[in-house]
Design a protein around this ligand. Structure first.
Ligand SMILES: [Ca+2]
Length: 262
């Protein structure tokens, strides 16, 4: 998150979420998806919006009286886990111990599956939602690159360079013609996703920069998944130290991968 429109989307998710109740048997649920154009998609539905905000609710493993969330919440999209930040549930229908979450994700062409799971503080899965399915009526992409990281509150950035040297990053989300970086996440976990439907032939480079710790003192495990033609993603991992956060200085950039589109 970290952009104003996400906040608006979250408010709308909250309003719409109040129409349903949490399945306390599973302890987790996904309510809906909301596209960038404001349209909502329910379980089993079809959408023409590639970038979606997914919202739902989870139970706190620490119980109804806990003021902090005692575990970790993940959204699992087509088998890939990304961590999300749960927030206190304030709606009139909120049950004791119920928290909510909202995060962005980028759909693949065709069928997508989405689930939310909750681990306790020992890493044991304690809750899981039923699987939410959505059919995306959108063109397949030649390139998808998704950045996530495992610390909350800090700012990591995805940088993509095309064969002509065009550069897509937080300050130029559409810096590569025909490509799109969906957003700049500045406060933890990501994702930041670059997609390109019709990639021109040539060599592309993906890099990651640790922009700002925002006070985070631990190391930052980072994962980038790169998929060509919506095939099985190649997964790359790296760990930044706090000292490597250096804003616009490229000295500590991690070069994730270089690949050639024929
Ligand atoms: Ca960022």
């Amino acid at each position: 998150m970290g952009v104003a429109e996400t906040g608006v989307a979250l408010m709308m998710v909250l309003l719409l979420a109040s129409c349903s109740t949490l399945d306390t048997g599973s302890g987790a649920r996904i309510d809906q998806l909301m596209g960038r154009d404001g349209t909502t998609t329910l379980n089993g539905g079809t959408t023409d919006q590639r970038v979606q905000t997914v919202g739902g609710r989870v139970m706190n493993p620490s119980g109804a009286d806990a003021s902090t969330f005692g575990g970790r919440v993940y959204v699992v999209h087509n088998g890939n886990r990304q961590q999300v930040t749960p927030t206190t549930c304030y709606g009139e229908d909120c049950q004791p111990g119920e928290w909510e979450f909202s995060t962005d994700l980028v759909l693949n062409s065709g069928s997508n599956t989405i689930q939310t799971v909750v681990d306790d503080e020992s890493g044991n899965q304690v809750y899981s939602s039923s699987t939410f399915t959505v059919n995306a009526n959108i063109p397949a992409r030649d390139i998808t690159a998704t950045l996530t990281w495992e610390t909350d509150g800090n700012d990591v950035d995805l940088h993509v360079y095309d064969p002509q040297g065009n550069h897509a990053y937080y300050a130029a989300l559409s810096g590569i013609p025909g490509g799109s970086l969906d957003l700049d996440d500045t406060d933890g976990f990501g994702p930041e996703t670059f997609t390109m439907e019709q990639a021109a032939p040539g060599t592309y480079t993906i890099k990651v920069r640790y922009y700002s710790t925002h006070g985070v003192t631990s190391n930052v495990p980072v994962t980038v998944r790169v998929s060509l033609n919506e095939g099985t993603p190649m997964v790359y991992t790296h760990t930044f130290t706090p000292e490597q956060a250096n804003y616009d200085d490229a000295a500590n950039d991690w070069t994730v991968t270089t690949f050639t589109v024929q």
